[in-house]
Design a protein around this ligand. Structure first.
Ligand code: PMP
Length: 451
């Protein structure tokens, strides 16, 4: 595509540094301009329609153009466009949202703390873990364990928790006191002849060995996504979470469930915590909390975390943490309305109802000779291209992604995996429509590869 002078693409190149983008490639190729959205579709500035098969960034659960969210924002904007929650101030949208989150939390939680992104919520979780250990007179109990291929954000602390090389390389991360244990991707990480139950046992043993090596008195918390998202949609094998949680309990290690992708229906339950029978002490929520119509995230903490924190804040005189827009009234009002929509329209039920079709279509793609594996749960899934001579690992996925874009489907290439996480309002017909296009794109790609 030639970029016209003064076009939006030209000005974007001139002035805008992009996240997760090769800056030199952008200088050459420019960015795709998305202009509007409606339901499961978005449209670029040439008028081309795409099925947003990733719901933006795993996040636009109720789809695009939901007028109730627009109205909720406008109403709150007119009444009180901003107020903060520092120094014992509050406003009804943040109170109502906190109450709602505690009410729907899948395990007993005590308080909701608001931030603006998943990264900040996980950063806050990490700081609270440290604060709590100090409150309990255990100043050495500070290490936090996450997993290879886990994704928890990009701030200095949360990027350290993230277990992906591009989030560490050249950023001088991870920071001290963050450790990584094994990724539960059976096909990718099993050893020769290892069965799935043996693999699960080894994952739990790896975690236990790490805790013992570091010293249980130094390990404070473990963080994990119920289903790994940005690491490639890694669905844990049967028995994995049970085995992991047993180790955490044994060594008095707090469990933080990162529900930033799974939360609010994605796995076919309101929370991934329910799908996998988790018992977290803290949960981080974002993305589908507001369908990303407004930036907002929340950290839920249970009594076991809240009580020492409250003691410490009383001793010091304040809980010295908080960002200006935390619990922003407009974002909170939008999140509340979004959760109402998810409940009223039973979108979690829709995920459950359509999941068999979604997974069956993925499975059928999994039978394609170019594909080595498919995986998924609820309405989140991926298929992975088999390694191929002449292509480095991670080269094929982005190529196929381009073919799918041509067909009008936005997916996400994660290395050689192609991920899907469509809006939860998607219909049976639209699931078929999406995968028909994907199959056409895959066929064209296959022809090109073998030509
Ligand atoms: N945790 C998980 C599981 C995520 O998927 C993400 C974002 N993809 C984050 C945390 C970070 O959220 P944010 O991009 O809003 O900082």
């Amino acid at each position: 595509m030639t970029i016209q002078p003064n076009s939006i693409e030209a000005r974007d190149k001139a002035y805008h540094l992009h996240s997760y983008t090769n800056a030199r490639a952008l200088e050459r190729d420019g960015a795709l301009v998305i202009e509007r959205g409606e339901g499961i579709h978005v449209y670029d500035n040439a008028g081309k329609q795409y099925i947003e098969g990733m719901a933006g960034l795993w996040s636009v659960g109720v789809g695009f153009g939901e007028s109730r969210l627009v109205e909720a924002a406008a109403k709150q904007m007119a009444k009180l466009p901003y107020y903060h929650t520092f120094t014992a101030r509050t406003h009804s949208p943040s109170v109502e949202l906190a109450e709602k989150l505690i009410e729907i939390a899948p395990v007993p939680m005590s308080k909701a703390y608001f931030t603006n992104s998943g990264s900040e919520a996980n950063d806050t979780a990490m700081k609270i873990v440290w604060y709590r250990s100090n409150a309990l007179g255990k100043p050495d109990k500070k290490k936090i364990i996450s997993r290879t291929k886990g994704y928890h954000g990009v701030t200095i602390a949360s990027a350290s928790l993230t277990g992906l090389p591009n989030n560490h390389r050249s950023f001088d991360l991870p920071i001290a006191r963050v450790l990584h244990t094994s990724c539960p991707h059976y096909r990718a990480f099993k050893t020769e002849g290892e069965t799935e139950p043996q693999f699960v046992e080894r994952c739990a043993k790896d975690l236990e060995d790490l805790i013992l090596r570091e010293g249980p008195d130094t390990v404070a918390a473990f963080i994990g996504e119920p289903v790994m998202g940005a690491g490639g949609v890694i669905v844990p094998p049967a028995g994995y979470w049970e085995a992991i949680q047993k180790v955490l309990k044994k060594y008095d290690v707090l469990f933080i469930a990162d529900e930033v992708i799974c939360g609010f229906g994605r796995t076919g339950e309101m929370f991934g915590t329910t799908t996998y029978a988790l018992q977290p002490d803290m949960m981080t929520l974002s993305k589908q909390i507001s369908s990303s119509y407004q930036p907002i995230s929340a950290l839920l903490i249970n009594e076991n975390v809240y009580q020492p924190l409250a003691d410490e804040s009383a001793k010091i005189g304040t809980f010295g943490h908080g960002v200006t827009a935390a619990g922003h009234p407009v974002a909170a009002a939008v999140a509340l309305e979004n959760i109402r929509i998810i409940e009223e329209r039973d979108l979690v039920g829709n995920v459950r109802a359509l999941s068999p079709k979604f997974l069956a279509r993925l499975k059928s793609i999994g039978d394609h000779p170019l594909v080595i594996e498919h995986r998924g749960v609820g309405l989140i899934g991926a298929f992975e291209l088999a390694p191929r001579e002449g292509f480095a690992a991670g080269q094929l996925g982005p190529k196929l992604f381009g073919y799918l874009m041509d067909e009008g489907v936005i997916s996400r290439a994660i290395g050689d995996s192609i991920a899907f996480c469509p809006p939860m309002i998607i219909t049976d017909q639209q699931v078929n429509d999406m995968f028909d296009k994907v199959e056409r794109g895959l066929e064209k790609f296959a022809r090109e590869l073998t030509a």
